[in-house]
Design a protein around this ligand. Structure first.
Ligand SMILES: Nc1nc(=O)c2c([nH]1)NC[C@@H]1CN(c3ccc(C(=O)N[C@@H](CCC(=O)O)C(=O)O)cc3)C=[N+]21
Ligand SMILES: [Mg+2]
Length: 295
């Protein structure tokens, strides 16, 4: 058996097109396009590359982009002052502070300063709490993208066994909340889990988000399961080239899984599309308009 490939790139392109349509309609109603502010502190090359692709996607969807590149030496106080200005700016519907922040910056203070209504990353404690009690919230982009892929490729998730590997605030925990909301039976596994292979073997849905290249082996996967791979690490190959690897040994897993995301071209593109989606949704809520349909 060979797994169906879950095409994150194509699904993300569809979502981005919907955001573009919804954004154009929003502009007709309000006289402005939804706006996303991205804050990049310092020059960490991978972060700079991610920010470039976010800005490009924002502009391609016809949204307004506000880019703030500030020096690595910026203090917590200065960063809080920038967030305050973005919170007060009526043209800004979404604020994303690119992580990781430099070590001297109080990351939690910065994330908690973002207006929860503009928190398109869904990292503010108010949005975390709202998600956990089933209220309308802005939901973190990576787990939201994973859920959308599962809904498209699996359909109704009700009653399925889901195992999330990884317990980060950015992916693992919100992913578990979303799967629970979708009526899955959810297990969160992590580095201290005893007999991880045996835990994963009972899963109909596996979400791997640990950041350990090819940790999850094909022999861990139940036949027909759906596998979502959030990992992406650049790993040097024997021939000296660098390859992007996920948390799942793809070739092995694809022989047993029912469906699986590739790396690249799986979860990554959905993260960016969901960022645009969250910006459009935040813009509608801020203007008192009903949530756009089909996003
Ligand atoms: N406040 C904040 N919000 C984030 O959402 C956030 C962040 N900080 N910091 C860094 C991580 C990482 N991240 C990715 C987004 C897209 C791809 C992506 O599109 N990846 C491509 C491959 C890209 C490549 O080749 O390197 C793919 O999977 O096909 C990857 C990683 C968002 N992040
Ligand atoms: Mg973890």
């Amino acid at each position: 058996m060979t797994a169906e490939i879950i095409d994150g790139k194509a699904t993300a392109a569809e979502l981005r097109q919907k955001v573009a349509d919804v954004g154009a309609e929003f502009r007709q109603k309000t006289g402005r396009a939804p706006g996303l502010a991205v804050v990049l502190v310092g020059e960490h090359p991978p972060s700079a590359a991610y920010v470039r692709s976010k800005v490009k996607a924002t502009l391609e969807a016809g949204l307004q982009s506000f880019e703030h590149k500030i020096p690595a030496e910026t203090t917590t106080e200065e960063l809080l002052a920038l967030v305050d200005r973005l919170n007060a700016d009526p043209a800004v519907d979404g604020i994303l502070v690119q992580l990781p922040l430099p070590k001297h910056v109080d990351e939690q203070a910065v994330l908690t300063r973002v207006d929860p209504d503009k928190d398109v990353d869904g990292f503010h404690p108010v949005n975390v709490g709202r998600l956990s009690i089933g209220l309308e919230a802005l939901v973190p982009c990576t787990p939201l993208g994973c859920l959308k892929l599962l809904q498209k490729y699996v359909g109704d998730l009700s009653g399925l066994e889901a195992v999330v590997i990884g317990r980060s605030n950015i992916v693992g925990k919100p992913m578990a909340q979303l799967l629970l909301e979708a009526n899955c039976t959810v297990t969160i596994a992590h580095s201290r889990t005893r007999d991880l292979p045996e835990v994963v073997r009972r899963a109909d849905i596996v979400v791997a988000a640990v950041g350990r290249p090819e940790l999850v082996r094909g022999s861990w996967i139940k036949a027909g399961a759906s596998v979502i791979d959030v990992g992406q690490e650049r790993v040097e190959q024997p021939d000296g080239t660098r390859k992007l690897l996920g948390d799942v040994a793809y070739a092995e897993a694809a022989e047993v899984a029912g469906s699986i995301t590739p790396v690249p071209g799986g979860v990554g593109p959905m993260t960016i599309a969901c960022l645009l989606r969250n910006t459009a949704v935040a813009a509608h809520r801020r203007e008192g308009l009903p949530d756009p349909e089909g996003l």
